[in-house]
Write a protein that binds this ligand. Structure first.
Ligand code: SF4
Ligand code: SF4
Length: 339
């Protein structure tokens, strides 16, 4: 069984307890935060385990990379303190299971992994993606969403088979092969969650934004600056891979887009509310969505830019109602290329 690389001694010596002090959903003073973090590090019950909305942000807040969020999820599961109703969690586990129907298929490279989102295939087109192959389906679904359901065990159980399937069916087991992760969460799985639990990833994951940035540089002469002010909706999985964040600014700068100075962006990004709805925290979800969209509006954004399909589907109607056009990052790049 894969074990989380969590070091209690780091928490014992931690002066600032940033993981909890910066949490936007748990209001706590430093002394109390210290007590709760020690409970968590000892593997004991803590009010944090009950109040956590699974926004992933403390993974980013911990300055020592001690994986507080992964620890919280492991404990929620061990102590049976589920953030979502049990029947819902159980149905998701069944519904999102690998189908066992994957088989070898010849592919060309670059190879784009669409995870469980075949409905987004339409975005893989034009000069940005010329010559790529696309793979998708439940047998290569990263399963990281189970962090929202206190089901780390499902990820631990399924991930080795998923990476093995990708490697053996598409990559001829060549560990130097690159897989472009369309879904931010896949990249987070392979470069954050997997190493935290000591799970080997037998290929080289590439974040979609890295790929887009490189292609846009290559196609620079074709770009017509969009001259738009956009609000970026940072997904929860971005908290696992903050080293990718600069690509948002780099891409916006290449395509002539201004990233609105929002209150709820970067380290203070707000959850889209979709997960809170799934957890049946409806009031909190509505309150968050209201704050988030009002923030987009007040900073003069004409477009809301998404990378996570789940955030996009959760907020698209609400942004449109306020006269803000929702758009996926990929489509924003197509627009700049006139395609
Ligand atoms: S998880 Fe990180 S920030 Fe939180 S108490 Fe431990 S070392 Fe400090
Ligand atoms: S995951 Fe989010 S809500 Fe939960 S403790 Fe960490 S920062 Fe707070």
């Amino acid at each position: 069984m894969e074990i989380l690389n969590f070091k209690p001694e780091l928490c014992a010596a931690c002066a600032t307890v940033d993981c909890l002090m910066k949490c936007q959903y748990i209001d706590i003073d430093l002394e109390h935060a210290r007590e709760e973090s020690l409970r968590i590090s000892r593997g004991e019950d803590s009010e944090v385990l009950r109040k956590c909305v699974t926004c992933y942000a403390c993974e980013e807040y911990c300055p020592f990379g001690n994986h507080p969020f992964y620890r919280i999820v492991d404990l929620q599961e061990q102590l049976d303190l589920l953030p979502a109703p049990r029947p819902l969690a159980e149905s998701q586990v069944r519904m999102m299971a690998p189908r066992g129907t994957i088989s070898k298929k010849p592919v060309s490279f670059p190879l784009v992994d669409l995870c469980a989102f075949p409905m987004l295939k339409g975005g893989i087109r034009g000069s940005l993606f010329s010559g790529v192959s696309v793979i998708d389906g439940m047998d290569i679904f990263c399963n990281l969403m189970f962090l929202h359901f206190a089901r780390s065990s499902v990820i631990r159980e399924r991930l080795p088979q998923i990476t093995k399937s990708i490697s053996s069916c598409y990559l001829e087991e060549d560990a130097t092969r690159e897989v472009i992760c369309y879904h931010d969460e896949c990249y987070g799985t392979y470069t954050s969650w997997a190493p935290a639990y000591g799970v080997d990833v037998p290929f080289r994951p590439v974040h979609l934004f890295q790929y887009l940035h490189e292609r846009l540089l290559h196609l620079k002469d074709k770009i017509k600056p969009l001259n738009l002010t956009v609000a970026y909706q940072r997904p929860c999985s971005a908290r696992l891979i903050p080293e990718m964040e600069h690509y948002v600014d780099d891409i916006f700068s290449l395509i002539g887009v201004k990233r609105a100075e929002r209150r709820y962006d970067r380290g203070s990004a707000l959850c889209c509310g979709g997960v809170m709805e799934a957890q049946q925290r409806f009031e909190l979800a509505a309150e968050n969505q209201e704050k988030n969209i009002a923030d987009m509006k007040q900073c003069g954004a004409t477009h809301a830019v998404f990378n996570c399909p789940f955030c996009f589907y959760t907020l698209m109607g609400k942004t449109m109602k306020e006269g803000i056009t929702p758009v996926l990052m990929v489509d924003l790049c197509h627009m700049a290329l006139g395609e």
